[in-house]
Design a protein around this ligand. Structure first.
Ligand code: ZN
Ligand code: FE
Ligand code: FE
Ligand code: ZN
Length: 266
């Protein structure tokens, strides 16, 4: 079976990834992938919000660069997406972005627990020590549930991101997962199996095994992403991700075209 599309690719525009869309496309062809999609960090309501999202005036450049990859590599299907940061209150801004282009899919991700703390930012690692781990997870899943509830997103990115640095609550989190998954199912949101977790301290896929089984039982669809920040990371560990999906009970994955979802067999 061919590998599923890699829908979570970044580009140099976010200032912490390298390479043009065409470099990622070339790598995908080397690997024998049939389809990829870009999900660059979408602009925030103000450009000085932080230093790791593309700026608002770069959105057209981004789209042009993805279109160029489509033209350069007609043998590969190249989708246009975004990874949008969900922060309660910026829904109007997100809706504006949604209206700006003919996106194939939109990934909703939560990185910020409040306006000042991106829980996955290594530069802010010290803040973890000042917080109760379970409270952080609970608040994170509360935000993720609200993100799914906006109905703005086709896919929710790296759903158990708080485990990135290895801070895991000693309490059972299945109720947090279930509540989120219920919202995802209701709003037709797929979740992403994101292989970047394997390259972080937590050393496992986002989301983990228990979560993925609950997701399958809840009837929530999946898509795949490497969260590549350099061309060599395209499709990384996808065979492992496919195995994990099957073990959790999945037989299909989602593909997106202009925000329409179809299913393909794993
Ligand atoms: Zn990034
Ligand atoms: Fe992310
Ligand atoms: Fe990402
Ligand atoms: Zn991400």
């Amino acid at each position: 079976m061919p590998l599923p599309p890699d829908y979570h690719l970044h580009t140099a525009l976010c200032r912490h990834a390298i390479g043009e869309p065409s470099d990622y496309a070339r790598r995908a062809i080397e690997l024998g992938l049939a389809e990829i999609g870009f999900a660059e960090h979408a602009p925030m309501p103000t450009d000085d919000f932080d230093d790791w999202h593309m700026r608002a005036d770069q959105l057209d450049l981004y789209i042009e660069a993805v279109r160029k990859a489509q033209k350069d590599f007609p043998e590969l299907t190249v989708r246009l997406g975004l990874e949008m940061d969900y922060i309660p209150g910026i829904e109007d801004w997100l809706r504006e972005l949604v209206a700006r282009a003919r996106w194939d899919y939109l990934i909703g991700s939560v990185h910020y627990l409040d306006e000042h703390w991106a829980i996955d930012d290594p530069k802010q690692l010290a803040l973890w020590e000042k917080h109760d781990v379970f409270e952080v997870w609970a608040e994170y899943f509360d935000r993720l549930t609200r993100a799914a509830g906006t109905g703005l997103f086709d896919i929710i990115g790296h759903a158990d991101l708080p485990k990135k640095f290895g801070f895991r609550p000693d309490r059972d989190c299945s109720q947090l997962y279930r509540r989120f998954l219920e919202a995802a199912r209701k709003h037709n949101c797929a979740i992403e199996i994101n292989t970047a977790g394997l390259r972080k301290d937590c050393r496992e896929l986002y989301p983990g095994e228990q979560f993925l089984r609950l997701a399958c039982n809840a009837g929530v669809a999946i898509a795949f992403g490497s969260d590549a920040h350099k061309p060599e990371e395209v499709g990384l560990d996808f065979s492992m991700a496919v195995r994990a999906a099957k073990q959790a009970g999945y037989a299909h994955y989602s593909v997106f075209n202009l925000r329409n979802r179809q299913f393909q067999g794993l």
